[in-house]
Design a protein around this ligand. Structure first.
Ligand SMILES: C[S@@+](CC[C@H](N)C(=O)[O-])C[C@H]1O[C@@H](n2cnc3c(N)ncnc32)[C@H](O)[C@@H]1O
Length: 280
């Protein structure tokens, strides 16, 4: 039985980092005319009401999206992401947070496709109703990891895969890596983005070293910490591992991260970086 609900965490600093990276990847994919597939293995509910009991209980979005969405001095590279957030909050108040499927829905073109999977009994119907009128999207209640076997390579031979597990189960760490290895065997030119939380640094190190030893090249690691590593206080940082990133992504993230870190963490604690885990 899955108990994780993303509504407690929507719009927090980890979502800001994840969705910034995703928006830059999707924007870069659109520079070529050929359509592509966006595969979201752990899609969540799609839309999150920030005044819900869950979101109010943690208030995490207040130290995330609320700190940046209306800033006039935000770097231009954040525009694709922030424009989607503003689109869902046109009245000028921050009411909704668009999760990864809605971010992609807004950024994709008419010919691109979305394949979204979500297992949770309550979140799946919410996700499905967001997309019932969108002919580009297939939405399934199915295991996300399996999709990297069943849906790859895409017919268009271009694709972006987001793997964003809740890490509610310890096996999520290994399952993410195995799914990437299986997907990569079938579709070596795809862009794969795996989100990870830093709760215990040792666990992240194990995941990174499994990827380093997989033989896969061109692996970029992007991380933003709001506190120093600790073995006591829950999630202190989060990151994205991107395989086959668009060529500009490292440079874009290194340009963006100082502003993002400073704005999300005014105390200056923690760190932010984008660096090659495995180069070309
Ligand atoms: C971190 S949330 C996803 C958030 C979403 N990607 C976003 O950025 O807005 C993780 C989701 O994965 C779902 N989930 C957990 N295990 C899954 C699995 N094996 N396959 C598909 N979905 C799963 C959970 O119910 C949860 O909604």
């Amino acid at each position: 039985m899955l108990s994780y609900r993303h509504s407690f965490h929507a719009g927090n600093h980890a979502d800001v980092l994840k969705h910034t990276v995703l928006s830059l990847i999707l924007s870069a994919m659109k520079e070529k005319e050929k359509p592509f597939l966006y595969l979201d293995s752990h899609a969540g509910a799609g839309r999150y009401l920030l005044s819900s009991e869950q979101a109010e209980r943690t208030g995490e979005y207040l130290e995330g999206i609320a700190r940046i969405w209306q800033r006039d001095d935000a770097p231009a590279l954040l525009a694709p992401y922030l424009e989607v957030v503003r689109h869902f909050n046109r009245a000028g108040q921050l009411r909704y947070y668009p999760g990864s499927p809605l971010l992609a829905r807004q950024l994709l073109r008419g010919e691109d496709k979305l394949h979204l999977t979500e297992l949770h009994v309550s979140d799946y119907p919410l996700l499905r109703s967001e997309f019932h009128k969108d002919p580009r999207a297939s939405v399934l209640r199915a295991d996300g990891y399996q999709q990297l076997k069943s849906q790859l390579p895409p017919a268009s031979r271009r694709g972006v895969v987001l793997i964003d597990p809740p890490y509610e189960l310890k096996t999520d760490y290994q399952d993410g890596v195995s799914a990437i290895q299986k997907g990569y065997k079938r579709f070596a030119t795809g862009v794969y983005a795996l989100w990870y939380p830093v709760v215990l640094r040792q666990q992240v190190k194990r995941t990174l070293s499994a990827l380093e030893q997989s033989g896969i090249r061109r692996i970029l690691q992007i991380e933003l910490a709001v506190r120093p590593d600790s073995d006591r206080r829950g999630m202190t940082a989060s990151g994205m591992i991107v395989i086959n990133p668009p060529w500009k992504l490292e440079q874009q993230m290194n340009a963006l991260l100082p502003w993002l870190h400073q704005t999300l963490v005014p105390s200056g604690q923690g760190h932010a970086f984008a660096r090659w885990l495995v180069p070309e």
